[in-house]
Design a protein. Structure first.
Length: 129
């Protein structure tokens, strides 16, 4: 784990050792970072309460066990991004620099830089200047 000068409040749970956090990043209370795969959080990122960053998923298995073979995929949160309360970032997702992810969103695909996304699944609401 590599942590720069970040402000991290109580209740952060981290599994695995693939976490890297840049300087001037803020992580609010009760977040979960599943760093079994690489999780790169850039500088100046704001992460609100209850956010989950998940790097582990499963292939769809047989009818007798649908959670098949485990798959690990990296997550990247670029500099200056803001993840609202209760956001879930799924394995393999990159959030671009300056992007905003609205509260409660479930992010299943990459988020472009300087975009506001929200919803389940998250979709682009508007481009930011």
């Amino acid at each position: 784990m590599n942590v720069g000068r970040a402000r991290i409040l109580r209740g952060l749970s981290v599994t695995g050792d693939g976490l890297s956090i840049g300087d001037d990043t803020f992580i609010n209370i009760d977040c979960l970072i599943e760093a079994e795969g690489a999780v790169e959080i850039g500088s100046g990122v704001s992460i609100a309460m209850g956010v989950k960053l998940l790097t582990v998923t499963h292939e769809i298995g047989t009818p007798t066990k649908r959670a098949g073979a485990m798959r690990v995929e990296a997550i990247r949160i670029a500099e200056g991004a803001w993840l609202g309360a209760g956001v879930v970032i799924l394995p393999g997702v990159s959030v671009g620099s300056g992007a905003v992810v609205g509260a409660g969103a479930v992010v299943t695909g990459d988020v472009e830089a300087n975009c506001l996304v929200a919803g389940v699944p998250a979709r682009v609401i508007r481009r930011l200047n």
